[in-house]
Design a protein around this ligand. Structure first.
Ligand code: SF4
Length: 379
């Protein structure tokens, strides 16, 4: 059975209505269970419901305690590195969308190495490789990028188009540790509206990508929805459902959830559903209580003020000094168009200093190559 089949057995409207109907008594019952380390999907619904909003302080305290118990006072730091802004898809929320008339660029191996060098100088030992989806940027290009970067970084993650199991296996053998495929929205009709053209318009192929990543034995799988396209509470439920299904099937992999909210970009799309700062904290805490092992990531899409307050409430991984344009680290912000606007513009050193002043240690890598049999043969 695939997750697409599981997803098809749920009605979005029924899920949302059931979340909206939760009461204070439901929330208090789930909070008592969470004190004892228990949280199932029904508890999760309670935690993301409007009824849980008055209990945010309690949720945050429990989430903080659970995170410190498992991860200590540490935050992993990573940098996204955009290798190409060529894209044949139309996604209504993205600056790289094929509809936008902008200069396109794909970095050469020499330029990739320069980006890697600039990131090493900033202290990073873990990077996230990103590209748009284009026929020029496929598996052979990803392999050459991994081969360029592998000798210089302890951990390499990737956020590119969904691939086949054999492709993920090949990339794994070239040193890939983690793959992130965000569903953007689990609401099928809304997905179709925001992905009208290109291979990304295939909702089901994307929905089953994390399963293919797990089958390929990739160490860490990243999930998430782009908050703003649809109701965030239902998006959270379907993400949690997806996570639970994958964890049961691919128990050797680790899992990661990100919390992107719609940001300004070329050809601005306004959020259909606003998610406030408090609601974003509520979602972070709900995921932490649902799963104590999860990596939870907060990116530079969020403001300095928000990140400085929210990172203690369940987050384990943050980006810093991010450039969302190809060549951005070695050549600067103006090298080419950005995918979306960055809110927290602090340097990695400034973020590390903020973490230190709060008693947190910065960890500059995620995974060490020596733990991974499939990549140990590579330099
Ligand atoms: S979100 Fe990804 S696939 Fe969609 S337009 Fe942007 S780069 Fe292309």
């Amino acid at each position: 059975m695939s997750f697409a089949e599981v997803h098809a057995t749920f009605s979005w409207d029924e899920v949302l209505s059931s979340i909206q109907k939760r009461t204070s008594a439901d929330v208090l019952k789930s909070l008592a269970r969470a004190e004892n380390g228990l949280c199932d999907l029904e508890d999760f619904k309670n935690f993301v419901s409007p009824a849980a909003e008055p209990y945010l302080e309690k949720l945050a305290r429990l989430s903080h305690e659970r995170t410190v118990q498992r991860f200590g006072r540490t935050i992993q730091m990573f940098a996204p590195v955009y290798l190409s802004n060529e894209c044949q898809n139309i996604c209504t929320y993205c600056g790289f969308s094929a509809g936008n008339k902008v200069a396109r660029r794909t970095l050469t191996p020499g330029e990739i190495l320069k980006e890697g060098g600039a990131l090493k100088k900033l202290g990073f030992n873990h990077i996230l490789i990103l590209t748009g989806e284009s026929t020029h940027v496929g598996v052979p290009y990803f392999i050459s990028a991994l081969d360029c970067l592998r000798p210089h970084f302890s951990s390499l993650s990737m956020e590119v188009q969904p691939l086949e199991v054999e492709d993920y296996q090949k990339l794994r053998s070239h040193g890939l540790n983690s793959v992130f495929v965000y569903q953007e929205t689990y609401h099928r009709e809304t997905y179709n509206i925001h992905h009208p053209k290109g291979r990304k318009s295939d909702f089901l192929y994307r929905l089953d990508a994390p399963d293919r990543i797990g089958e390929a034995g990739i160490n860490k799988i990243g999930l998430g929805a782009l908050f703003g396209l649809e109701d965030w509470r239902a998006e959270c439920f379907f993400t949690a459902l997806h996570l639970q299904w994958l964890e049961r099937k691919h128990w050797k992999s680790r899992f990661s959830i990100s919390f992107p909210r719609l940001r300004p970009h070329e050809g601005d799309l306004q959020p259909k559903v606003e998610m406030s700062d408090r609601q974003l904290v509520q979602a972070i805490c709900a995921f932490r209580l649902f799963n104590g092992e999860l990596e939870l990531t907060l990116s530079t899409r969020e403001s300095k003020v928000f990140r400085d307050h929210a990172f203690k409430l369940g987050i384990t991984s943050m980006s810093a000094g991010s450039r969302t344009n190809p060549g951005g680290y070695a050549e600067g912000k103006e090298a080419s168009l950005e995918q979306f606007a960055i809110e927290d513009i602090r340097s990695p050193a400034e973020l590390a200093e903020m973490l230190k002043s709060n008693g947190y240690e910065t960890v500059w890598k995620d995974w060490d190559i020596t733990y991974d049999q499939s990549t140990a043969a590579h330099p």
